[in-house]
Structure formats: structure tokens, C-alpha cells
Ligand binder design. Structure first.
Ligand code: UGA
Length: 442
């Protein structure tokens, strides 16, 4: 099938590439000329495992093309995806200006019937707005073209996006017309082998499904962080508690890892946006507000543990080795990363940070530039040079089993703050280091 995709961010680029991989003819369109030129020359703007070779192979095969020309893309697509960003407004609701601008662009170029697909995470009711924007632009031109608007939210995880896209656990299609559902069924047929993964429903339910999924996952995390904080107070170990509850299949093992708070481009934004939608529709989303509040507090928790260890004012002049900057492993993404809050708190307290992340060094440089209080290091080992204490905030594999005896030699204050509970307290303490984890009050 002929597919056009507006927006070559995470969602658009991964979706377009995977659709090309299974044989569709894909044109990706972006307003950023530099990005498009880069992609045509094999420069992938994001780090995502497996993506680069797939983009290159499909581009070389002619199935995946990049352009800044919306007219060409619209003329090409029988299915047209909208996969541009929906950044939060000042009040936390999703800003739809980019989505609606694309809708108008589609309306001004559409000459033959098409199915327009909302892939971006958009508030309930957006498909109606997209439909109205396309219809209004068509009317301005005096054109009469049939089109459908479908909600088809993505459930990609950064760091596993290609895998998630190639082997989805479900494909949600929200549509009001059976013909549009049929079209998307054909599009996704290569991903729907062996057992049925397509769940079709009305448009608004599909839009809410996306938010419900992310809000549920964020709730699990905040719940565990709340338990961890209680565990610390009552002298229990949250890791034991986690094992004690995860075996109940109704609770499950996933997303019950306490830590330094959730970050990324999705959970913080989506929880807030859903709470806003609820409020605008006359419902106070008490639980969602609490999920958000717990997470905000959790992002400062590691720093509070440091204060507990050092005492108020005593972090001034200390050198802290920081392992991890990305909001989670296998990505260079630092949006809403807990590391950013910690860095700010440490700087405000007068500490200096030697930071290392396997992928996010360029991103850190872009965000913070050269500044006092921050040394960007070449390796985990380099970050330890002259450090007083170690803080781990992202659970990259390479941070999982350090030589604690050597850490003991290198860290002047002999203390480790483990923001993701990577280590066994006994192992760390046996080497003569003080250990602080999340929720490990025993
Ligand atoms: C999330 C969802 O997992 C995807 O299903 C969804 O498609 C995506 O948002 C989206 O809306 O686009 P992602 O933001 O890539 O994906 O990140 P996750 O892997 O879900 O992790 C989010 C954050 O939660 C990270 O900061 C991670 O460290 C934290 N986390 C996760 C915990 O603190 N504890 C856990 O047990 C799990």
C-alpha cells in the first residue's frame, strides 16, 4: 500500500520504517530540511536499536522515501499518518497546533480518497477536530473528496521501538467506518499473523485507550515508589515486597520497579494531559493528580538521601560521580529525565558533578552546554576520578556489576546512592561502602 507519514520523530520514523520493511511504499514528510537531508544520507536523528540499518535498507530499496514536500506526500498516500508532536501546553493539556496544522495541509492537497490516521497521542476528541480541519480546508478549495479519520495510537517503548512495532502485542484501530477499518487491517496484515492482534473500536475509545495504558503504567510506578518510601520509614525492604507481590498474576512483575521516578516524553505528559481532559469534562482526576505528585517528589528522593547522609549544607564542594543521564537505558532521550532534577538540586547545593551516560552525552551537552559544576566524562570509570560519592540514576547494563572493592578505593567518602536498586546492599556494604537504595529501610 502507499503510505504517507507526517513527522519523522520517534513515532513517525519507526512506524514508517517498519511499514516499509513489510513491503509498503512509504513517503515520510517533515518540515525540517536538515533532518530530511540527513535521513536521505543515512543520518538517523535518534538513537534506537535496530533502526539505522532498517532505514538504510528500505531507503536503498526505494520503499522508504523522505521529503519536505507535503503535496507529494499527500498525492502518494492512500493512508496518511499524522505523527507530529503534541507537547504540553502551559496548563498540561496537549498542544494540538502541529497536529491541526498537518490536518489543514492534508486538506489543502487532498485530491483522492484517503484514510487519515492519528498516530500521535492526542486527547479524546482530537479526531473530530482533525476531521473538521480537513473538511474546512477542502471546503475553502471548493473540493469534494472522501476521507476518513482514524485513531490508531502507538504503544512503542523507546529503546525497543522497532521490536514493538514489528511485533505489536495489540493494534488498536478506532474508526467510525467499516471501510477504514478494513483498509488498516490490510495495512497491518503482515504484523497480524498467528493470532488476532487487532482490536477495533470507536474513535473516542481508541483515543482514551492510549492514555489509559500509559496512566495505568505510571500509576504502578508511583504506587511502588510510595510503597518504597513507606518501606524506608518502617524498616522494610521494598525489593522483598516487590517479590512478594509480583508473583500474584493479578499484579504481575512488570512496572513495579521503584526508582528515581519516571521520565520520558510520554508518562509525565500523558498523565497531566489526561488529568486536564478529565477536569475540562467536569471530573476531578484525584488518582492521576496523586500519581503525578508522587513522581515529582520521587525525582528529588535521591537528593534527600544524600542530604540525610551528608547533612544540610555539607554537599558544598563535594564531587559527585553520576552514572546515567537518559530517562531510561537504551536511549539518548533526556526529556523529563530524573537526572535533570538531580543535577539542578546538586548544583543548588554547591556540588560538582562528573557525569557519564553511554548514549546521552551529546544530548547533555546540547541541554546544559559548558557550565560550572558539570564535567562530561568519557566513561563510567572516568566519572569516578576524584569523586567523593557515586550516584546511579539510569539502569544501563554496564553499571550493574561494578567492582565494589575498587569503588571503595576511588570514592573518598565511600558512599553509593543507588537510584534504581541495582545492587545488593550487603555486597556494597561488605566492601566497606555505605549504601543507599530506594525503599531499602531494613
Ligand atoms: C511508554 C510506554 O511504556 C509505551 O507503551 C508507550 O507507547 C510510550 O510510553 C508512549 O506513550 O509513546 P517509554 O516512555 O519509552 O514508553 O518508557 P518506559 O519504558 O515505559 O519507561 C518510562 C519511565 O518509567 C522510565 O523513566 C523508567 O525508568 C520508569 N520505570 C519503568 C520505573 O521507574 N519503574 C518501572 O517499573 C518501569
Amino acid at each position: 500500500m502507499r503510505v504517507a507519514i507526517f513527522g519523522t520523530g520517534y513515532v513517525g520514523l519507526v512506524t514508517g520504517t517498519c511499514l516499509a520493511e513489510v513491503g509498503h511504499e512509504v513517503v515520510c514528510v517533515d518540515i525540517d530540511q536538515a533532518k530530511v537531508t540527513g535521513l536521505e544520507n543515512g543520518v538517523i536523528p535518534i538513537y534506537e536499536p535496530g533502526l539505522e540499518p532498517m532505514v538504510k535498507a528500505n531507503h536503498a530499496a526505494g520503499r522508504l522515501r523522505f521529503t519536505t514536500d507535503p503535496a507529494q506526500a499527500v498525492a502518494h498516500g492512500e493512508v496518511i499518518f499524522i505523527a507530529v508532536g503534541t507537547p504540553p501546553d502551559e496548563d498540561g493539556s496537549a498542544d494540538l497546533q502541529y497536529v491541526l496544522a498537518v490536518a489543514r495541509t492534508i486538506g489543502s492537497h487532498l485530491r483522492k480518497p484517503a484514510v487519515v490516521v492519528d498516530k500521535s497521542t492526542v486527547p479524546v476528541g482530537t479526531a473530530d477536530k482533525v476531521r473538521a480541519a480537513i473538511a474546512a480546508t477542502l471546503a475553502e478549495r471548493g473540493a469534494d473528496v472522501d476521507f476518513d479519520v482514524v485513531s490508531n495510537p502507538e504503544f512503542l517503548k523507546e529503546g525497543a521501538a522497532v521490536e514493538d512495532c514489528m511485533r505489536p502485542d495489540r493494534i488498536v484501530i478506532g474508526a467510525d467506518s467499516p471501510a477504514a477499518v478494513e483498509k488498516l487491517r490490510r495495512l497491518y496484515a503482515p504484523f497480524n499473523r498467528n493470532h488476532e492482534r487487532i482490536v477495533s473500536m470507536d474513535v473516542r475509545s481508541a483515543e482514551l485507550t492510549k492514555y489509559a495504558a500509559n496512566a495505568m503504567l505510571a500509576t504502578k510506578i508511583s504506587f511502588m515508589n510510595e510503597m518504597a518510601n513507606i518501606a524506608e520509614k518502617v524498616g522494610a525492604d521494598i525489593e522483598m515486597v516487590r517479590q512478594g507481590i509480583g508473583s500474584d498474576p493479578r499484579i504481575g512483575w512488570h512496572f513495579i520497579y521503584p526508582g528515581a521516578g519516571y521520565g520520558g516524553s510520554c508518562f509525565p505528559k500523558d498523565v497531566q494531559a489526561l488529568a486536564r481532559t478529565a477536569q475540562q469534562n467536569g471530573h476531578a482526576a484525584t488518582l492521576l493528580d496523586a500519581v503525578e505528585a508522587v513522581n515529582e517528589r520521587q525525582k528529588a528522593h535521591l537528593f534527600e538521601l544524600m542530604l540525610r547522609h551528608y547533612g544540610e549544607g555539607a554537599l558544598r564542594g563535594k564531587t559527585i560521580a553520576l552514572w546515567g543521564l537518559a530517562f531510561k537505558p537504551n536511549t539518548d532521550d533526556m526529556r523529563e529525565a530524573s537526572s535533570r532534577r538531580l543535577l539542578q538540586l546538586l548544583w543548588d547545593a554547591g556540588a560538582m558533578v562528573r557525569a557519564y551516560d553511554p548514549e546521552a552525552m551529546d544530548e547533555t551537552r546540547r541541554i546544559f552546554g559548558e557550565r560550572d559544576g558539570l564535567v562530561l566524562c568519557d566513561s563510567a570509570d572516568d566519572a569516578l576520578r576524584g569523586a567523593d560519592a557515586l550516584v546511579v540514576i539510569t539502569e544501563w547494563k554496564q553499571f550493574r556489576s561494578p567492582d565494589f572493592a575498587s569503588l571503595r578505593q576511588r570514592l573518598a567518602d565511600a558512599v553509593v546512592f543507588d537510584g534504581r536498586n541495582l545492587y545488593e546492599p550487603d555486597d556494597v556494604e561488605a566492601a566497606g561502602l555505605a549504601y543507599y537504595g530506594i525503599g531499602r529501610g531494613r
